[in-house]
Design a protein around this ligand. Structure first.
Ligand code: PGA
Length: 256
């Protein structure tokens, strides 16, 4: 399966000019990379700009969003629907990121957003992960619960388009005392997630679901997670705002 590297720009950069520059540098730097899908999950407001500005490079990135609303249309002030994103060429939507969960997003809300994306053939990237690093049984339980609740009653055949991002909250940069997970732990968690998906969905579907790691990924540790962590790609926050670092991550991953 093709690996995938998703840049999560979060609420950055500050201006359209900066967004365009960053996107251009990434497009230019990754134009010869063939075996990786590069996705820029950016603030909604930059999507039209990046969609309609020509890049003059052969290998552009795919457009991604960081959230969506589950209703298709109507009186929902401030929300953005999946069809609106689809119309702008969005192929991936990050759903249930821990920073959104911290603002009140529940598993049920994530579930409805996943459904909205899948119905339009957009790939949802469901983020799951424990808040604290503990060695007991608690965090496997949290992961299982997020999977079961987030995917409840969704037709199995639709879920082949799902992507799971394992992002332990304590590893996400920006949190005080955050630090990257170890490839060994990521390996164990990706096996746990895979096993759970096999149990829930059967081999046919589960084997098609990509599993990513996210949390303080940079150009120094990125390949270790793919090599030793048994993941299919990465969700990169902070380091994706630095075009040089992000391009290096993509290029190094492409060599594996
Ligand atoms: P980080 O963020 O790479 O800055 O830790 C990852 C994420 O929150 O998706």
């Amino acid at each position: 399966m093709k690996k995938i590297i998703i840049a999560n720009w979060k609420m950055n950069p500050a201006t359209p000019q900066q967004a365009l520059r960053l996107a251009r540098e990434v497009a230019h730097g990754t134009k010869d990379v063939k075996n990786i899908d590069v996705v820029l999950a950016q603030p909604f407001i930059f999507l039209p700009l990046l969609r309609y500005t020509p890049y003059a490079v052969r290998h552009p990135f795919q457009l991604g969003a960081q959230d969506c609303f589950w209703e298709k249309v109507g009186a929902y002030t401030g929300e953005i629907s999946a069809p609106q994103l689809k119309a702008l060429g969005v192929k991936y939507i990050i759903i249930g990121h821990s920073e959104r969960r911290a603002l009140g997003e529940t598993n049920e809300m994530a579930r409805k957003k996943i459904l909205a994306a899948l119905a339009l053939n957009i790939k949802p990237v469901l983020c799951i992960g424990e808040k604290e690093k503990k060695t007991d049984e608690v965090f496997p339980y949290i992961i299982r619960n997020e999977l079961h609740e987030g995917l409840k009653n969704i037709k199995k055949s639709l879920l082949k388009n799902l992507i799971i991002a394992y992002e332990p909250v304590w590893a996400i940069s920006g949190n005080r005392s955050s630090h990257a997970d170890t490839p060994q732990n990521v390996y164990e968690m990706s096996i746990l997630i895979k096993r759970e998906l096999y149990r829930m969905l059967g081999k046919n579907i589960a084997s098609r679901i990509l599993i990513l790691y996210g949390g303080s990924v940079d150009d120094k540790n990125a390949t270790d997670f793919i090599k030793d962590g048994a993941v299919d790609g990465l969700l990169v926050g902070g380091a994706s705002l630095n075009a040089k670092k992000f391009v290096r991550i993509v290029k190094e991953a492409a060599k594996l």
